[in-house]
Design a protein around this ligand. Sequence first.
Ligand code: ADP
Length: 177
Amino acid sequence: LEPKDEFEHKTLAMDVMRPRRSDPPLSVLTQSGMSVEQVEAVIADTSYSGFPVVVSQESPRLVGFVLRRDLVISIDSARLRQEGIVGASQVLFTEPTLTQPHGGPPSLNLRSIMDLSPLAITDQTPMDITVDIFRKLGLRQCLVTQNGRLLGIITKKDILKHMAQMTNRDPESILFN
Ligand code: ADP
């Protein structure tokens, strides 16, 4: 991504982030309370490259970000090799504790595959600054928050598409020039 003069200060992160108002809500995982089966359903029902992890549905504070491929590999391998891991096992992204929640199958802790400090910007961040951040940090995606609540996500492709729209250019030509 090259810095683009086309971005005037009036375009903000909230204008480019997904989901749009008409889209289904952001697909997130919670740091506790979801079963292996439920996480597998999220993976099967979507094709996103990654999922933000939040405290809970009621309190959508960002805890981390997990890549789809790491989730798939870890769950498949745990189901095969880790004693007691079944569909009903709880998936945890929290600090491992010594005490297992009593009753139910052992839980699967996936904290080690989570990015603990994914980059997040506020929804009011001007897009020219956002593009700079993407370029300088070599990001694939970045999360968007408002007062600490997770609102959405912007991928590199979202930015390229947006830039193409603003300049009436083919996204491919921006990607590959
Ligand atoms: P790319 O933009 O490179 O195709 P993805 O497949 O991850 O990457 O994302 C496809 C679209 O879905 C993008 O517009 C992105 O903003 C959005 N998106 C990415 N992750 C999520 C998610 N967890 N929940 C909802 N939308 C997402």
